[in-house]
Design a protein around this ligand. Structure first.
Ligand SMILES: Nc1nc2c(ncn2[C@@H]2O[C@H](COP(=O)(O)OP(=O)(O)OP(=O)(O)O)[C@@H](O)[C@H]2O)c(=O)[nH]1
Length: 254
């Protein structure tokens, strides 16, 4: 997948009917609809401070910028090339999820964002066990909001460079991801771009394949056209016998 830089906007996290929502819709028109391109919408979620903004910025710009303001949720729009096709991609950074005694606290803003997405990146930090503990609940929450439609999800374990303050063995992340049926990537946003790229690439590919025109009316129509029948064995045998007896007749008549 090749990123085509500097295409569209960075819009504020949109509430339905708001000016920001209109701006985001316009941005998505500019990158996708207007050009007739397919659009892949990805939400990046996880606990606070795990590196969601750093991950998104690294993916889109290849740069690691150490300090960010506490995130209010930005929407980034770009074009990417995947398997030879140019797709419009929107990446939604989200505010960090707060963990309370009784579990997850996902505001309506975050739920809206998850419902909007075609795919989700769930991030935790290997330096924060609580952020790892959130993964299972978050995954369940995402699937519930999509009414069990099995949204493509990738689990990302970030801050792999901070081994001296590690609280979670990345192997645990891998095991959990495989139980949940998700891809898993261990990354250091600060030190390695390639793994970040791979995580988004896999997700874009998965969404792209899901959206493939295999379910378009054109394809469905062709699959309804009856296939020619395979030759009937009885009929073949009968014709073979006929041909054989004709030959025997000509041989005996000589
Ligand atoms: N050492 C190291 N630091 C990282 C890495 N990724 C992010 N950070 C740092 O972690 C801190 C939090 O990063 P953010 O990207 O703001 O985290 P966030 O998940 O968006 O945080 P919220 O906006 O509070 O939800 C920042 O100081 C980053 O520089 C990494 O891979 N390694």
């Amino acid at each position: 997948m090749r990123l085509i830089q500097n295409m569209c906007t960075i819009a504020e996290y949109p509430a339905p009917g708001s000016a920001a929502a209109a701006a985001a819709a316009a941005a998505s028109d500019c990158c996708a609809g207007a050009a007739g391109r397919r659009l892949v919408k990805i939400a990046v979620v996880g606990a606070s401070g795990v590196g969601k903004t750093a991950l998104v910025v690294r993916f889109l710009t290849k740069r690691f910028i150490g300090d960010y303001e506490r995130n209010a949720g930005n929407l980034y729009t770009r074009q990417v090339q995947i398997e030879g096709e140019t797709l419009a991609i929107q990446v939604q950074d989200t505010p960090g999820i707060q963990v309370h005694e009784n579990g997850l606290s996902c505001g309506e803003q975050l739920n809206r964002c998850i419902r909007w997405a075609d795919a989700v990146v769930i991030v935790f930090s290997i330096t924060d066990y609580k952020s790892y503990e959130l993964i299972g609940q978050l995954h369940q929450h995402v699937q519930q909001l999509h009414l069990g439609a099995r949204l493509p999800v990738v689990v990302v374990a970030n801050k792999a460079d901070l081994l001296h303050v590690k609280q979670v063995d990345p192997q645990l992340g891998l095991q959990l991801a495989s139980v949940l049926g998700c891809s898993f990537y261990e990354v250091s946003v600060s030190e390695n771009y390639n793994d970040v790229y791979s995580a988004f690439h896999v997700l874009c590919k998965e969404v792209s394949h899901k959206q493939q025109p295999s379910s378009t009316p054109e394809k469905r129509r062709t699959s309804l056209i009856p296939r020619p029948k395979s030759p009937n064995m009885q009929d073949l045998k009968r014709r073979f016998k006929q041909a054989l007896s004709a030959k025997v007749r000509t041989v005996t008549s000589v």
